[in-house]
Design a protein around this ligand. Structure first.
Ligand code: ADP
Length: 292
């Protein structure tokens, strides 16, 4: 099993499950409420940890009551937080999530008042025993320095970058990692209607992945072939929050195990589909075996 480091954020997620999505200016009683740890990078690590990997997180932790929920959850998943920067004041990023019970869809309002993890923080992490580094596509200038540092000093250490949202200058990062993981939202924001149109428009020499919700996912492999896996819908759609993060974990797990792209894509879709059939990530892999 591998040592996997992810750089990104942890959030407090306040999730209201509702019978159906509210109309504007209406009042609705939630069926239930949960407060959980969220954040793309830490979600992905939670799943990777269940798959047997040694996971560590590089991000910001603020000394305030909400960070305890986050720390307790990361500890439960055996995620090492010794690379995090701890700050005495501020507020952990918080996501207010409305989860529609009928459709499993999630709508998110995000609030943050928290600095980003910097290149200086990243440079303090010992990377000699790390087998894979995963980045969230945020904090562009600093992430660029981190990726350049890896390329220069650890050229054989594979790394992946998730591009979830359009952000100014984000395309400056695309040359640097070994694997690019694009979201449907990002691809559509560029005006593409299909993943394969987007993938064939790219000139980069690397593995490029596009997750596409209930249609599964597409990839452009190193030989410039388009590869597709359909989705694996669960018998009942319960919760799609974190499907993309689970997909990323399934993919990184497969690639770190040297599984070829077509199978890696299928593994990622199977695991993400399985996740859509349950709330959260707890015991996600207990009754689920990925093929090797
Ligand atoms: P997110 O919205 O969390 O970024 P996506 O919607 O792109 O994630 O989905 C990521 C992966 O999760 C997809 O490639 C697919 O394999 C799986 N997935 C998402 N929604 C469904 C669904 N309704 N049914 C089955 N699988 C799904």
């Amino acid at each position: 099993m591998a040592n996997i480091l992810a750089i990104g954020i942890a959030t407090l997620d306040i999730i209201n499950v509702v019978e159906s999505y509210p109309t504007e200016d209406s009042e609705l009683r939630a069926l239930s409420q949960q407060q959980l740890r969220g954040g793309n990078a830490t979600n992905t690590l939670t799943v990777l940890s269940q798959l047997g990997h040694h996971c560590s997180w590089g991000g910001i932790l603020i000394d305030e009551p909400d960070s305890q929920i986050i720390k307790d959850d990361l500890a439960k998943s055996n995620i090492d937080i010794s690379s995090c920067k701890q700050l005495a004041s501020g507020k952990m990023p918080t996501s207010y999530i409305t989860l529609n019970k009928k459709t499993g869809s999630r709508s998110i309002v995000h609030h943050r008042d928290c600095p980003e993890f910097s290149f200086l923080d990243f440079q303090k992490i010992k990377l000699d025993d790390v087998d894979w580094v995963h980045f969230e596509g945020r904090n562009i200038a600093e992430t660029q320095l981190m990726l350049q540092h890896l390329k220069q000093h650890y050229p054989h250490l594979p790394c992946s970058l998730e591009i979830e949202k359009p952000r100014p200058d984000i395309e400056q990062l695309f040359e640097l990692p070994d694997v690019l993981l694009f979201s449907q939202h990002y691809v559509e924001s560029l005006g593409f209607n299909t993943a394969s149109d987007f993938l064939t428009s790219l000139k980069h020499d690397k593995l490029i992945i596009c997750a596409w919700g209930n249609q599964g996912a597409w990839a452009l492999d190193l030989d410039k072939n388009i590869v597709h896996s359909s989705a694996f819908p669960p018998s009942q759609l319960i919760d799609t929050l974190g499907a993309g993060d689970t997909f990323n974990a399934g993919l990184i797990h497969s690639l770190v195990m040297d599984i070829e792209p077509q199978k890696a894509l299928e593994n990622a879709c199977q695991l993400a589909g399985h996740k859509c059939g349950q709330y959260g990530f707890v015991n996600l892999t207990t009754h689920f075996k990925l093929q090797s």
